[in-house]
Ligand binder design. Structure first.
Ligand code: 5RP
Length: 241
């Protein structure tokens, strides 16, 4: 079974949580695109939902497939967001932003009552950090912001290469017109503290650590679909950090 088949299976399983009348956040990335496609099939046969896309790319796909859209200005509270992730740890903290949509994804997740993460099981890790952490930064003061990130990371005993994400000959630009620094820190023992340190740096717009935001993960593997619920474990995680 290839990765795309598994991603599509996770996306289809998430549909069980979508009910008529819901206001949805619609994630970004290849797994979320599978979700948009199965959602569009249901909409075509009468499912009544309205969605806020988390990227211009997801917005374009929703429009192409006639998924009804709204904005957080018109609809500031959502029932559920369904999104992918780059890494998921056992208490369902996440690294996101591999596709560069982390800022909108986090805004939409924060506006949603519940967050369901869909992925193939290769995304489940025992500790976050194998995947380089995407950090969205303002272009102004890039060098100073990079040094501030290195300094903050070193306070937590973290180091590693921090590279500017490129797209062809130029820097990758997010939907918000910002840059992305990918930080290869390796395993991150204190994710909450790192998130706080990064949030305190003025040039950092947002980072890809999604702490305590996901309620459920739907993971597809060769053995089938596995669902992990976050609630109980989040309490334990808070105590440990
Ligand atoms: C985009 C994201 C994606 O959800 C994440 O990169 C996972 O993507 P994929 O489903 O293609 O593996 O955070 O910013």
């Amino acid at each position: 079974m290839d990765a795309e088949t598994l991603k599509a299976a996770a996306a289809r399983a998430a549909l069980d949580s979508v009910k008529s009348g819901m206001k949805l956040g619609i994630g970004s990335g290849s797994t979320a695109e599978h979700f948009v496609r199965v959602l569009a099939e249901k909409v075509a046969v009468g499912l009544d939902i309205i969605g806020v896309p988390t990227s211009s790319r997801t917005e374009a796909l929703c429009r192409e497939l006639s998924v009804p859209l709204t904005t957080l200005d018109e609809t500031p509270r959502l029932d559920l967001v369904v999104d992918g992730a780059d890494e998921i740890d056992p208490v369902m903290d996440l690294i996101k932003g591999g596709g560069g949509a982390l800022l909108r994804e986090k805004i939409v997740a924060a506006a949603s009552e519940r967050m369901i993460v869909i992925a193939d099981e290769s995304k489940l890790v025992d500790k976050l950090g194998r995947f380089p952490l995407p950090i969205e930064v303002n272009a102004f003061g890039l060098g100073a912001t990079k040094v501030a990130i290195e300094t903050a990371a070193s306070r937590l005993g973290l180091s590693g290469e921090i590279t500017l994400r490129m797209a062809g000959d130029g820097p990758f630009l997010t939907d918000g017109g910002h840059l992305i620094l990918d930080a290869s820190f390796g395993r991150i023992p204190a994710t909450r503290r790192l998130a706080g340190e990064l949030n305190a740096i003025p040039g950092v717009v947002e980072h890809g650590l999604f702490i305590g935001m996901a309620d459920k993960a739907i993971l597809a593997g060769k053995e089938g679909i596995r669902e992990i619920d976050a609630k109980a474990e989040h309490t334990i995680k808070t105590e440990l950090d």
